[in-house]
Design a protein. Structure first.
Length: 666
């Protein structure tokens, strides 16, 4: 039952009064006709007067409402038109339906109705605006002024129920803020750590009389370069400097590709080896502490990639410049002894040891793994080698190892490795430093300790939190590094001839029979392995090809074409049983052709396209392969492109070569 409002019952009502008077008039007429007639006249007057009063009040109320509505509309219209913020009303296609004087002032035009806003503000994205995403910030630029867009999207029903969107857009001028922000960004500090590469080796090979002049000339050129960029430099150790400058100079350095690297390399005061620099630059940090952290990380990356280059770490982005010269071989074996001693302690302290190669293991990774196995066994520990199925490049060596009963159960697959690895396991990774390239990435986070032994130039992807890293880019191969470690890891270590041949095979392959990246320490390692019983003839037999492989390699070489005047490119025929081996061999063979400075051979293997890059040194194949997602050395590099066809990979390679040449790296 509805509640009855008592106030409504007692509230005066003219109709009730008139009906009451009518009842009284009828009552009087019943008793006295004259009084009834008088009452009737009075009632007629009251009714007429009441109607006049009601009509008058209705007119007054209507006038009041109309006046109030007009005032409100007029106030709203005047407010929007005179609003300090430029405002425009757009339909969902960007057509202007209405605008205020503020918007007309910034556009400086008339009769804008019906025009598209993109005719005036080119970077205005109407589709993005109509999405009406939460917390979305839109900025536009017009006539050298910057605006932040504030908007409200109203959805209405149109003809036949079709919903339409109308955008009410306001423009807030943020030019002063944007100018201030850009000025602060240009003036923000940048920290650079500069270090001379292998300074002891360079000074050691220079005449005593010229050594002070060499160091002084390096200081002079660095200080002069710092003056040009209006920076501050401080030398805090021999061949080590810290440099602070404003960020606006960084882009100019990048445009010139850090020409200070070339300037330092040109120093010649009788030094047989040209001096080079490694530079780590930290930018876009939140504070000086983070800038220094960025600079240190960039410097480590520059040195890990062989030196003679600058690495810029701006927030999460990395930029590489230089890296045109070959690494200087370190003649001292002090670091090898220190690494061997540290590795010995890690092995002895661990409960179990796993040795892991990279995917599609090659002779260098297999030989290094076998060598480390012997080192672990010499310390009284057992070890397993985590490796996928052997590929054609290591089948012969793998078969010899499996024929020997001592190595039964030595190799395990990824799934088994995941089951046995734990916090007490030492994981030794050889011939790669990239977690995604390892044979079983899932074991890395589970292992208690990680050791990385590699000779490749460091890439942006790196195994973090390794207990020990031995990464020397001057080395010919990982087998060379492992051979040095074995000489110091255990007193009077005995290496079996088969193991020595596996290590020597890795060196032979990576140096192309002691032709490339071969230094004094390479021959010393080979000499040690020869004394341990390695048979060079037996090693050579490991790389003998059958007739099918030989013919396939010859066909790949025959199909090669020369591009860019000195670069050979070929594609390995499909349907071969060992395409990866043929690809690498064909790339090596193409370098024997007169006039060829670099060679790239592609092949389809599984669902991926593999590219092997080889160079005589004039062209840095590492930089080219890195642009495509791979890596390696200046003269030997490669990349794996999953889910791509050969034609697409070939087109990508040619575009990368164009970019490389355009950047002036050739």
């Amino acid at each position: 039952m509805k509640n009855i409002n008592f106030m409504k019952l007692v509230k005066p009502n003219t109709a009730v009064y008139l009906w009451s008077v009518l009842v009284l008039v009828l009552f009087l007429a019943y008793y006295n006709i004259m009084l009834g007639l008088f009452g009737a006249l009075l009632l007629v007057y009251l009714v007429h007067h009441s109607r006049l009063v009601v009509h008058s009040k209705k007119e007054q109320f209507t006038e009041y409402v109309e006046t109030l509505s007009f005032d409100i509309d007029n106030a709203i219209t005047n407010t929007l038109i005179r609003l300090p913020l430029p405002m425009v009303m757009l339909d969902e296609t960007g057509v202007i339906n209405w605008y205020n004087s503020g918007f007309a002032e910034i556009i400086k035009g008339e009769n804008l109705l019906g025009s598209s806003i993109k005719e005036f503000i080119k970077d205005f994205d109407i589709d993005l605006l109509m999405q009406h995403k939460k917390d979305m910030e839109i900025k536009v630029t017009y006539a050298d002024r910057h605006y932040r867009v504030i908007y409200n999207i109203v959805e209405t029903s149109g003809v036949r129920g079709r919903k339409r969107k109308t955008g009410f857009v306001y423009f807030v001028d943020i030019t002063d803020c944007e100018t201030t922000r850009r000025t602060m960004q240009r003036k923000s500090p940048v920290i650079a750590l500069v270090q001379a590469d292998s300074l002891d080796e360079i000074i050691g090979g220079t005449d005593a009389d010229s050594r002070p002049q060499l160091v002084a000339e390096m200081d002079k050129r660095l200080y002069k370069w710092t003056e040009v960029i209006k920076g501050a430099i401080q030398k805090y150790d021999e061949g080590k400097y810290i440099l602070v400058f404003e960020k606006e100079w960084l882009s100019r350095m990048q445009e010139k590709k850090f020409d200070i690297l070339d300037d330092i390399r040109d120093i010649n005061v009788g030094n047989p080896i040209p001096p080079t620099l490694s530079m780590g630059i930290g930018a876009d940090g939140q504070d000086p502490a983070q800038l220094l952290q960025f600079a240190n990380a960039a410097l480590d990356l520059a040195q890990g990639r062989g030196g003679d280059q600058a690495v810029v770490k701006a927030g999460d982005r990395l930029y590489f410049y230089g890296g045109k010269t070959k690494e200087v071989e370190k003649k001292t074996k002090l670091k090898s002894r220190v690494i061997a001693h540290a590795l010995r302690q890690l092995i002895l302290q661990s409960g179990s040891v796993l040795i892991m190669t990279h995917r599609y293991a090659d002779p260098d990774s297999l030989g290094a793994a076998i060598g480390m196995y012997r080192g672990v066994k010499a310390l009284g520990k057992n070890a397993k080698i985590v490796m996928d199925e052997p590929n054609p490049s290591i089948e012969a060596m793998y078969a010899r190892i499996m024929e020997d009963g001592e190595y039964e159960g030595l190799f395990i697959g990824c799934e088994k490795a995941k089951d046995i690895v734990d916090s007490d396991t030492l994981l030794i990774i050889v011939d790669t430093h990239r977690p995604s390239y390892t044979g079983c990435p899932g074991t890395i986070k589970k292992a208690g300790g990680i050791v990385v032994i590699d000779h490749h130039r460091r890439s942006t992807e790196f195994i973090e939190d390794a207990a020990l890293v031995y990464q020397e880019t001057y080395a010919s191969s990982t087998c060379e590094l492992v051979t040095e470690i074995l000489q110091y890891i255990s007193e009077g270590i005995k290496i079996r001839p088969l193991e020595a041949e596996a290590l020597l095979a890795g060196i032979v392959v990576d140096t192309k029979n002691f032709t490339y990246k071969t230094g004094v320490k390479t021959f010393e390692a080979a000499s040690f392995l020869r004394r341990m019983g390695a048979d060079t003839t037996s090693v050579k037999q490991l790389f003998q090809d059958d007739m099918e492989t030989f013919m396939a390699r010859a066909e790949t070489v025959r199909n090669a074409r020369i591009i860019k005047d000195s670069i050979a490119v070929s594609v390995c025929p499909e349907g071969l049983k060992n395409p990866l081996l043929i690809t690498a061999q064909a790339a090596n063979t193409l370098l024997d052709i007169q006039g060829v400075k670099a060679a790239f051979v592609l092949c389809k293997y599984g669902e991926s396209v593999f590219i092997s890059g080889r160079s005589l040194g004039d062209i840095n194949v590492q930089l080219i392969m890195e642009k495509m997602g791979g890596g390696g050395h200046m003269t030997v590099a490669g990349v794996q492109l999953p889910g791509m066809e050969v034609e697409d990979a070939l087109k990508m390679l040619e575009e990368t070569l164009d970019q490389y040449i355009k950047e002036g790296d050739v």
